[in-house]
Design a protein around this ligand. Structure first.
Ligand code: CP3
Length: 345
């Protein structure tokens, strides 16, 4: 296709340049819904084994690209690995991730090590190099990290939380401890993202999955300053996509950081989000991942309707509003990607 690194379709859409069709990729596009993923996982023995073995991480990253031909390949890894690199015990089992010794005190925070991710997360760099070497021309390589607030939620709660009681108690009652923690996490996240860019990531995603547990006022006070620091450290050098789940009340704040793109959750209306964004950034999204449990015909119909709703607007990257669900039929992911590839802008 004669594409130079800079004029890849996804990168052009992130810069809000004209495109001949809407680029597409999916959050959690590598995962349990793919039989070839389950085969690698069974052989490796577990999720961490797969992530920390660069050959396997690269293989699993490339699987959905080979099968479906998305425009972006997101490195197979996890947002929680930097916490492990900082000295926290991390376990993945059937119930999801857990950190058996969560942080509760100033001393716990100060015990976190702030090493260079180029050493402590060297396997991430190696996996990126391998993916880069095996990636078809025109496909953009994406790196990622968790936003400081979402990482803090895992570090304090010890796993995925519904009500964030431990976090809120610490955040409101021990502001100095909170700030010391977010300080460390934002430094680590910024370095980790820069490291991924050095190793070939051409765009980066910052996941703030749980930010929406905060009111807008508290988001500004307790989370935004550290996200701003990460955006400032990397956003000038490499396009950054900012994701927050169910965060319509934070949408203006997310745009105001000045990322290349904001990822829109499926509970928000995409066309309205374009209006609210006022040309400040590109937008990613936002098919409901639950719709991928319908038939391929229905998925194609809904995908066309979504693309139609924002037709002619610059800076759209088609994606799901949150990660692909494990029960998804691969044929439905195929229908989603093919619909995007067939429609001219
Ligand atoms: O394909 C991709 O999107 C790249 C790989 C990726 C994973 N996790 C792999 C994974 C990415 C980008 C993530 C990010 C991540 N991890 C987030 C932010 C995005 C989001 O989903 O909101 C969060 C909150 C995590 C933490 C995490 N890791 C949870 C809550 C879970 C359990 C839920 C689940 O889906 O099982 C994980 C495990 C995990 N991370 C899996 C995968 C493929 C499942 C592992 C397995 O059992 O095989």
């Amino acid at each position: 296709m004669g594409e130079t690194p800079d004029n890849k379709l996804l990168l052009r859409a992130l810069r809000r340049e004209p495109v001949e069709r809407t680029p597409v990729w999916l959050m959690r596009q590598a995962g349990r819904y793919l039989p070839e993923y389950r085969a690698v996982r069974a052989q490796a023995g577990g999720f961490l084994e797969m992530v920390q073995e660069p050959e396997l991480a690269a293989e699993v990253t490339l699987q959905p690209i080979r099968r479906f031909g998305m425009d972006g390949a997101i490195l197979f890894s996890d947002i929680l690995l930097p916490l492990q690199a900082m000295g926290m015990e991390l376990v993945f089992d059937e119930a999801g991730p857990s950190l058996p010794r969560p942080l509760r005190t100033r001393g716990d925070v100060e015990a976190l090590t702030l090493g260079d991710p180029r050493t402590s997360l060297a396997y991430v760099g190696r996996a990126l190099e391998l993916v880069r070497a095996g990636l078809p021309g025109g496909v953009t390589l994406l790196g990622f990290a968790g936003a400081p607030f979402t990482l803090a939620s895992y570090a304090i709660e010890g796993g995925t939380s519904k009500s964030f009681l431990e976090l809120k108690e610490l955040m409101y009652r021990e502001p100095a401890t909170w700030e010391a923690l977010l300080e460390r996490l934002s430094a680590m996240v910024a370095e980790h993202l820069l490291f991924q860019h050095e190793k070939g990531a051409e765009a980066l995603v910052l996941f703030d999955t749980w930010a929406s547990t905060l009111t807008r006022e508290d988001y500004r006070r307790y989370a935004a300053p550290w996200t701003a620091r990460v955006v400032a450290a990397v956003g000038e050098r490499v396009p950054l996509v900012l994701f927050a789940g169910q965060a319509e009340h934070l949408f203006d704040d997310l745009c105001a950081f000045g990322p290349a793109a904001v990822a829109v959750d499926h509970r928000s209306d995409l066309a309205s989000a374009f209006e609210r964004s006022r040309g400040r950034c590109a937008l990613q999204g936002n098919l409901d991942p639950g719709v991928l449990l319908a038939t391929p015909t229905e998925v194609a119909r809904r995908t066309r309707a979504l693309l139609e709703s924002v037709r002619g607007l610059r800076g759209h990257v088609l994606n799901v509003g949150h990660g692909v669900l494990p029960a998804t039929d691969p044929d439905c992911v195929a229908a989603f990607v093919e619909t995007a590839r067939e429609l001219r802008a």
